[in-house]
Write a protein that binds this ligand. Structure first.
Ligand SMILES: [Zn+2]
Length: 303
């Protein structure tokens, strides 16, 4: 590789975040745009390509000076072929994103699972430094995860290990975007928190949330901290399921750390205290006492 720059694109259900950096990891410029997922695969790909072009032009670089584009996407993925297999919060189904990006930009591109990329970031630069066995979970529009075992990412047989968002935590729960019912993601993601609060408001329940123009998970946590009854109940309900999912991971992996990132983790103690409480009730004491459930060391983008 002989370029001066590398481009990183983080493809999320709500935002496409892009950054252009030097080879030693120094970010020169970064910007996020809306994904507008409902517009379909071609339009979203067009937005990704437009954003890549913008990043290059903004720093007045020549595209020959860019040696690679890394695209982090929620899974499942076929990393070797550069194909997004099926991603519940994005419009791609068996979509050859990497071939398309390489053809349109003339720059070599790579695909990786977004949560694995974040887990590696935590291992190398963040809260996972010095730890050999930990779990990274991101809670935002959806829920994803990365598993670090013996200081390396555990990929699983098909390369898709760590899809914690689609563990069943409520067999009789609502249908998830993946087609299954009662997945962790449909019970406790940012999207789920907003959905449940809005359903109860629509049913006519009284709440200070009625003062908000739009109710997202952020408002629900904010009003829960002010003692709003509906908000408190939604936070208790959804965080209980996040606790159940986390407890399952503790029992399965006995990790040193569980790092919870993503936009919803910015709720802070309102999330962490509830999750820890469920873990202490549902896990074997020796593991529950030893595992540290903590926020990431690196900044996490809202989802
Ligand atoms: Zn699911």
């Amino acid at each position: 590789m002989n370029g001066k720059y590398i481009i990183g694109i983080d493809l999320g259900g709500t935002k496409i975040s892009g950054a252009i950096s030097t080879f030693d990891g120094k970010i020169i410029y970064k910007k996020s745009i809306d994904t507008l997922s409902s517009q379909g695969p071609e339009r979203v790909t067009g937005r990704i390509l437009g954003h890549i072009k913008h990043l290059i032009e903004y720093v007045k670089a020549d595209k020959d000076e860019v040696s690679g584009i890394g695209i982090a996407s929620p899974g499942p993925l076929n990393i070797e072929e550069g194909v997004i297999v099926e991603t519940p919060n994005l419009p791609f189904r068996n979509y050859p994103l990497i071939k398309t990006v390489e053809r349109e930009t003339g720059i070599k591109a790579y695909l990786e699972n977004d949560a694995n990329a974040a887990a590696l970031g935590e291992l190398w630069f963040g809260a996972g430094r010095g730890s050999k066995n930990f779990i990274y979970m991101t809670v935002s529009t959806g829920i994803g995860g990365g598993i670090v075992i013996n200081g390396d990412i555990y990929h699983g047989h098909t390369g898709n290990a760590g899809e914690f968002g689609h563990m069943t935590v409520e067999p009789h729960g609502p249908r998830c975007n993946c087609g299954n019912y009662g997945c962790l993601e449909v019970m406790s993601s940012g999207t789920a928190i907003a959905r449940i609060a809005n359903e109860r408001l629509k049913a006519g329940e009284d709440s200070l949330l009625r003062n908000c123009e739009k109710v997202t998970s952020k408002e629900v946590f904010e009003y829960a901290s002010k003692g709003d009854k509906l908000s408190c109940e939604v936070v208790d309900y959804t965080m209980n399921y996040l606790g159940i999912g986390t407890a399952n991971l503790v029992n399965a992996f006995d990790p040193e750390l569980i790092i919870i990132g993503g936009g919803v983790s910015k709720a802070g103690d309102a999330l962490f205290s509830r999750v820890k409480n469920v873990v202490s009730k549902r896990c074997f004491e020796i593991m529950a006492k030893s595992v540290k459930i903590i926020p990431p060391g690196l900044s996490t983008d809202a989802g």
